[in-house]
Write a protein that binds this ligand. Structure first.
Ligand code: GUN
Length: 246
């Protein structure tokens, strides 16, 4: 196995809905925030509202696809390549608020073609990034042990580099208040307790995300179990399966 034993396990601190059918309750305050910001359920899990869509239209930098991203050839050039665009355009950027709560504690693995800039408002969570756009050749797939501490780490799992980090306001512990996820990476996130000791119940993880160029459903796809198995191996895929959309 190529797993760095010093890594924290990829387990949730709030049971995902799958293993906890009754789920956890959101506080009255969280319910007020959801209503006040007009947040809607997101297909990834959690809640969101689009807060900005730049009216400026730019030529799409992405290679045109006739297929949906889930069936398109996931070649390394798929995202981020300046490609001839058959008249396709994108809004220059879009922004959303995104909220995870005790009853909606998981943002399931998915990817976008655009680059996403995230900013913390409050709460804590863990991000898991699968760098599926930089698949290792077998020779470099063994035993990579990147920097690892409690807040963040990175390792090769199967054929893929898997990165995980904590977002939160305790920057002195290595928590991030701003984080970037490039297009083409699979991303999942889940709620953590508000403090590192796990003592305080979560009042939710509220962030903003800006996608460049702007979000379109056609640029978005979910990671499926089969592909997760190809990327990280069947055993790890079983361990990480709770991060997939049901
Ligand atoms: N509509 C559904 N999901 C999203 C998203 O992640 N971002 C934006 N801007 N709109 C969406």
């Amino acid at each position: 196995s190529t797993i760095d034993p010093t890594l924290p396990p990829l387990h949730p601190s709030f049971s995902p809905p799958k293993t906890s059918p009754t789920g956890s309750e959101d506080s009255p305050n969280l319910k007020k925030i959801i209503a006040h910001l007009n947040l809607q359920p997101h297909i990834e899990g959690g809640y969101f509202v689009e807060t900005d869509r730049d009216p400026l239209l730019i030529p799409s930098p992405f290679a045109p696809t006739t297929e949906t991203p889930s069936t398109a050839n996931p070649s390394p050039t798929r995202a981020g390549t300046a490609a001839a665009t058959a008249g396709e355009t994108r809004h220059a950027s879009t922004s959303i608020h995104y909220l995870l709560t005790p009853s909606q504690p998981l943002g399931a693995f998915h990817r976008n073609r655009g680059r996403t800039i995230h900013t913390l408002h409050h709460g804590r969570g863990r991000y898991v990034i699968i760098h599926a756009d930089e698949i290792a050749s077998p020779s470099c797939a063994k035993g990579y042990g990147g920097p690892s501490d409690l807040a963040e780490s990175e390792r090769w799992v199967g054929k893929a580099r898997v990165e995980t980090f904590v977002v939160g306001s305790d920057v002195l512990r290595g928590e991030r208040v701003q984080w970037i996820v490039e297009g083409g990476k699979y991303k999942a996130s889940f709620l953590l307790a508000d403090d590192a000791e796990g003592g305080r119940e979560s009042g939710g993880l509220l962030i903003s995300e800006t996608v460049v160029p702007g979000f379109e459903y056609g640029d978005h796809d979910f990671l499926r179990g089969e592909r997760l198995g190809e990327l990280v191996g069947m055993e790890q895929a079983g361990e990480m399966g709770w991060l997939l959309r049901e």
